[in-house]
Each structure stands twice: as structure tokens, then as C-alpha cells.
Design a protein around this ligand. Structure first.
Ligand code: AMP
Length: 223
């Protein structure tokens, strides 16, 4: 199965993606994380992406599609994967179908109010070593400035600063409408309210994933 997590920056896709990966064994593929790794390692691709990312602009479809293609080709024995931050354009959505034609998919949008988002993003800290996400209100690290998981230093992402957040949200809203329509027409689109606690939101996502898995099982059994 392929799960596409959809939602504006700060809606909790990364956190929910980690929980889904742990609960179901699906490989989490976050194009933002993959790109940040390339930037950190100063690869040629990272150098191309860096300026765009730090201004909240989208990186080219070719670059992100190649990163996703490589990951999907190396799923090992995982029962599927979940995408966080991809696709962001109709072009990327179509490429994904080319890369992996058969897999059933669901698209889950985490819907969230703009003011809650701004507050969350400004309070978000990310681990510089493993990418774990914290929030100074909702999910504080046990020791200030240090990751609970790996002990790495926590930092505020360059693109979580107020000016860049506004641009990222603008870009998101511009692209989303079309993508939402695209997936609604395919009847794979679901929406959850992202305003509750991490556990609340996760429970709602689990409901949709389990329903889809049951449907797939049923289809196989009756086919
Ligand atoms: P994220 O962590 O998903 O918010 O992504 C951080 C930044 O990486 C975005 O603001 C873009 O500059 C870039 N990025 C991540 N995913 C994509 C994508 N699917 N298409 C284009 N750019 C992307």
C-alpha cells in the first residue's frame, strides 16, 4: 500500500509519518528530510536545492522524483511506504504513478487552522542529527536543546522562521487545490482534523488505514 500524507508545513505530517512507520512497517519517505540530508552533505544536488529551500520555494520536480524513485526501488521487505511532502504538484503525482503503477493508494490530508499552524511552526525544533521533531509547547524534549532519541543538538529550521513560513504556506495553498481535486476524482482522498493531540490525530489516521487494508484484503479474497 502507498499512503500519501498531505497537509501544510507544520500540520504534523512528519510526526504522524513516524508513528505510521512504527505501527505498520511502511517505509517513510520524506522528500524534505532527503533534501535536507543532501544539503547537509553538500552534494551537488544539495547545493542546487539549498537556495530554493531556504526561501520556501519548491525544488524541481526532476530532483525530488529521482529521490523518491531511488527509495521506492529499495523497499526491501517493507509492506509499502508512506510519502511525506510528496507529491506537491500534479506533475509529481503523475510521475509517482509511473514509478509505481500497481500499488493501491490512499491520500490523507491533515486539515489545520492557519493560526494553529503559525504557532506550531515557530515553536518547532528539529534534531540536527536524526531529524526527530519537537515542539516547545506540545512535545518538549526532556533536556532543553537535546534530542531524546539520539542526543543530537536541536535547532530551528531556517525555513521555520516567520518570513519563510508565509512563503511556504502560499506555495502550499497554490498547489494544494489542484492536487486535492486530482485525488478526490480518483476517490482516494480522505481528510482528518489535525487540531487535536498527536494521539488523537494518529487514531483518526489509523481508522482510514485499517479500513483501506480491510478493503484490500476483501478485494483479494473475493478476487
Ligand atoms: P518539508 O520538510 O516537506 O516542508 O520540505 C522542505 C522544503 O523542501 C520545501 O519547502 C521545498 O523547498 C523542498 N521540498 C520538499 N519536498 C518537495 C517536493 N515534493 N517538491 C518540491 N520541493 C520539495
Amino acid at each position: 500500500m502507498r499512503i500519501i500524507l498531505f497537509g501544510p508545513p507544520g500540520s504534523g505530517k512528519g510526526t504522524q509519518g513516524d508513528l505510521i512507520e512504527k505501527a505498520y512497517g511502511f517505509l517513510k519517505i520524506s522528500t524534505g528530510d532527503l533534501l535536507r540530508r543532501e544539503v547537509k552533505d553538500k552534494t551537488p544536488l544539495g547545493k542546487k536545492a539549498q537556495a530554493l529551500m531556504s526561501h520556501g520555494k519548491l525544488v524541481s520536480d526532476e530532483i525530488v522524483e529521482e529521490l523518491v524513485r531511488q527509495r521506492i526501488a529499495n523497499l526491501d521487505r517493507r509492506p509499502g511506504y508512506l510519502l511525506d511532502g510528496f507529491p506537491r504538484t500534479i506533475g509529481q503525482a503523475k510521475s509517482l504513478e509511473e514509478i509505481d503503477r500497481e500499488r493501491p493508494e490512499i491520500v490523507i490530508e491533515i486539515d489545520i487552522d492557519l493560526t494553529v499552524l503559525m504557532e506550531r511552526l515557530q515553536k518547532r525544533l528539529t534534531c540536527s542529527r536524526c531529524g526527530a521533531i519537537y515542539n516547545l509547547n506540545l512535545q518538549k524534549p526532556r533536556h532543553e536543546g537535546t534530542c531524546d532519541v539520539c542526543g543530537g543538538a536541536l535547532y530551528q529550521r531556517e525555513d521555520d522562521k516567520p518570513g519563510v513560513i508565509a512563503e511556504r504556506l502560499r506555495v502550499y495553498n497554490q498547489q494544494t487545490e489542484k492536487l486535492r481535486d486530482y485525488y478526490q476524482r480518483k476517490s482516494v482522498y480522505r481528510k482528518v482534523d489535525g487540531a487535536g493531540s498527536v494521539d488523537d490525530v494518529f487514531r483518526k489516521i489509523v481508522f482510514f488505514i485499517n479500513a483501506e487494508m480491510a478493503k484490500q484484503g476483501q478485494t483479494r479474497a473475493s478476487g
